[in-house]
Design a protein around this ligand. Structure first.
Ligand SMILES: Cc1ncc(C[n+]2csc(CCOP(=O)(O)OP(=O)(O)O)c2C)c(N)n1
Length: 317
């Protein structure tokens, strides 16, 4: 079974590829299902940003670290818990979904994984959880994964302040994808976002998302520092969103996207691996497709969750 969670051994390029391909396949399928009118609500894909999810999440201790993600959360969730079937059922509003179909795409809650569609709130939640973990002496760290647009939210700065002042084990991650919905980051944020946490006395690090192994190495070292020093670290990842903000809402032209499509980290990894073993690449791609097919078929047959049931009652009397 193709898996999005970290293997027991130190991951190699094939492991990274399989996990990123599974995330891409799932999210392309979700867009397709929305297009066919088979899903309701909304969804935000991380197409083009999969190396951030896999690189950061695989650097964590999955058994105790606590991850907080945003509206763009599927990749983070799969990299942590590999719960393809529960996620598909959740987005389809089924009782078998991660949250019984009540949370949908943006509001997942599963053991040490939480998401919220309210921009910035996760920074404060993660800071509070880090405080609790510190008091309990668990050795766990909290990891809020934010977007560059969310760096305009005041609560993020309150959280950076408290995390630094109280020496809390928080790894603040920001995925700098250049856009907040339809607003380019450079029209909304003054100064250098890579250095945003420095005035709070927080060490700022950066990495490019082009190479998932580099993201993994940078995140691993940042996690080590947070755990050893019990101090927050701020990790900025330069990436790019290749898909629309949510479903069809893309104001960017094909010319603007073209160089980023050509530099797609997943496509580049795939062609590097194809030059060593094309058949193995094809079988990874096929295994991802087959797993998503099965997950969609199973969820389609599953009973409706409480929210969907209530909505259907309202619609049909
Ligand atoms: C408090 C709040 N304000 C506004 C929104 C609407 N909103 C949803 S996503 C988004 C853009 C977020 O941009 P960014 O943080 O860069 O993340 P990205 O979508 O690029 O991953 C906005 C403004 C929201 N969900 N919450």
């Amino acid at each position: 079974l193709i898996s999005a969670s970290r293997p027991d051994h130190e991951p190699d390029r094939w492991d990274f590829f399989a996990a990123m391909q599974l995330i891409r396949t799932l999210e392309e399928r979700l867009l397709d299902l929305f297009g066919k009118g088979l899903l309701t609500g909304t969804t935000h894909t991380s197409i083009g940003q999969e190396s951030c999810a896999v690189g950061v999440i695989w650097a964590l201790d999955r058994t105790r670290d606590v991850v907080f993600s945003s509206h763009r959360c599927h990749g983070h969730y799969l990299a942590l818990h590999d719960a393809v079937e529960r996620l598909v059922a959740e987005v389809m509003g089924r009782a078998t979904g991660t949250c019984g179909g009540v949370g949908g795409s943006q509001h997942l809650c599963d053991e040490n994984f939480y998401t919220s569609g309210v921009q910035g709130g996760i920074a404060a939640a993660a800071t509070g959880v880090a405080f609790a973990e510190k008091l309990k002496r668990t050795g766990a760290i909290a990891v809020p994964i934010l977007g560059d647009g969310t760096m305009g939210q005041g609560v993020v700065y309150e959280s950076l302040n408290m995390a630094s002042l109280w020496n809390l084990p928080v790894l603040f991650v920001v995925e700098l994808n250049g856009w907040a919905q339809t607003t380019p980051t450079q029209l909304a944020a003054a100064g250098d976002l890579h250095e945003r946490a420095r005035p709070f006395g927080i060490e700022c690090r950066r990495v490019r998302a082009d190479d998932v192994a580099a993201v993994y190495a940078a995140a691993k070292d940042a996690v080590r520092v947070v755990r050893e020093t019990m101090r927050p670290v701020f990790l900025a990842i330069d990436t790019y969103r290749l898909g629309p903000h949510s479903k069809g809402d893309d104001t960017r032209s094909a010319e603007e996207l073209a160089p980023y499509v050509a530099a797609d980290p997943l496509a580049r990894l795939r062609s590097a691996l194809e030059s060593t073993d094309g058949e193995r690449v094809a079988s990874v791609v096929e295994a991802a497709r087959a797993r998503i097919d099965r997950a969609v078929a199973t969820a389609t047959e599953a009973p409706a969750g409480a929210l969907r049931e209530a909505l259907e009652r309202v619609a049909h009397g």
